[in-house]
Design a protein around this ligand. Structure first.
Ligand SMILES: [Zn+2]
Ligand SMILES: [Zn+2]
Length: 137
């Protein structure tokens, strides 16, 4: 199987040759910046299955856990595409909105609900985790 996607201006395009491991909606404080007030939806894949064309910029940030997180985005249009933890570099989290077919992303849980504002729209049908869940794989 091959999934494809890219940024808004199409300067960055990617392909993924593996099925998703898990999809999560995240309301951590950092995702609220990236999501413009909402949380983000992130689809986890094995990093080895991802090929990228185009230039990405990397914004590294140390998480509360001490992990260095790399968030990569298109320098032209600013679309965030990927995040990865240095300690778990075999996994890549793809921002669901960048998939050519966002239907591929079926969130299995909502995480970091403790950081969400009171008005956040959070699915009652999905399991909720207040902070960071155990690693996906
Ligand atoms: Zn772009
Ligand atoms: Zn987050």
């Amino acid at each position: 199987m091959e999934l494809t996607g890219g940024c808004l201006c199409r300067a960055v395009r990617y392909a993924i040759s593996a099925p998703p491991i898990v999809t999560r909606a995240c309301w951590c404080r950092v995702c609220q910046y990236i999501g413009a007030g909402s949380g983000t939806v992130n689809v986890c894949f094995p990093s080895a299955a991802l090929t990228v064309q185009g230039e990405l910029r990397d914004y590294p940030l140390i998480a509360d856990s001490g992990n260095v997180m790399h968030r990569r985005f298109c320098p032209q249009c600013g679309t965030h595409l990927f995040s990865a933890a240095e300690a778990r570099a075999h996994l890549i989290f793809v921002r669901a909105g960048t998939l050519d077919d966002p239907e591929v992303a079926q969130p299995a849980m909502t995480i970091w609900t403790s950081a969400a504002p009171s008005w956040a729209s959070i699915s009652a049908e999905l399991p909720q985790v207040q902070r960071q869940p155990p690693p996906a794989a």
